[in-house]
Design a protein around this ligand. Structure first.
Ligand code: ATP
Length: 197
């Protein structure tokens, strides 16, 4: 998948000018860069929800209905329990993953079962991020986009989240793009770093 001639200007402010980038299967494509560099805006453009000022060519980008896009600050139904939330994802996702995929079975047992009946609104930010990443990974899409999935998440839960994201490329051969400011967390994972300035 490629983005070519990506340009974005807000008035006199040029955020990107003819930027080109390739994204690859079999690795987690990690966008890095300073605050305000335009990482989220590029994700928005790829997902088809970008600012109308953004221009560029999308080559082999899946249709919007085949993209799972997890936003940076996710809000979900706070009165639903973790179990109810996961069940919602199961209904629109791939249930067999939890049956066959040992990664998901293990993560559910180790990290989700103990909070299964807690309401989403009562979870800590890191726990909520973990639950929603689990749900996103149950979806059956071609492209998965995660905007700072481990932001504000502790070391243990970050490992769980990154394990789920890595399973998308390693076990299911999906195309994955994420952003991160925590490069050291990614040391043992199959990643391609893409710095956008
Ligand atoms: N309407 C606008 N006019 C001017 N600048 C804008 C407008 N909308 C967004 N911006 C700027 O575009 C930049 C891109 O923001 P974006 O969220 O994509 O950055 P980011 O790389 O994801 O940053 P972070 O690491 O902080 O999440 C920001 O500096 C923002 O101030």
């Amino acid at each position: 998948m490629q983005i070519k001639k990506y340009s974005l200007c807000y008035g006199d402010r040029v955020l990107a000018q003819d930027f080109e980038v390739d994204f690859f299967n079999h690795v987690i494509n990690v966008l890095t860069g300073a605050n305000g560099a335009g990482k989220t805006t590029l994700l928005d453009f790829i997902a088809g929800v970008g600012p109308k000022q953004a221009k560029g060519q999308k080559i082999n980008v899946p249709k919007q209905q085949n993209i799972a896009y997890q936003l940076q600050h996710i809000h979900f139904f706070p009165t639903l329990s973790v179990g109810q939330t996961i069940n919602m994802y199961r209904q629109i996702g791939n249930r067999s993953l939890e049956k066959s995929g040992s990664t998901f079975q293990t993560i559910k047992r180790q990290a989700l079962d103990k909070i299964w009946s807690v309401k989403m609104g009562q979870l800590s930010g890191g726990e909520r991020q973990m639950v929603l990443t689990y749900g996103q990974c149950l979806l059956e899409k071609e492209l998965y986009i995660f905007d700072e999935p481990t932001s504000g998440v502790d070391v243990t839960n970050s490992k769980v989240i990154l394990k789920m994201i890595a399973s998308l490329v390693q076990e299911r051969e999906k195309l994955v793009i994420m952003t991160s400011h925590n490069i050291e967390q990614l040391a043992d994972l199959p990643v391609k770093m893409i710095n956008i300035g």
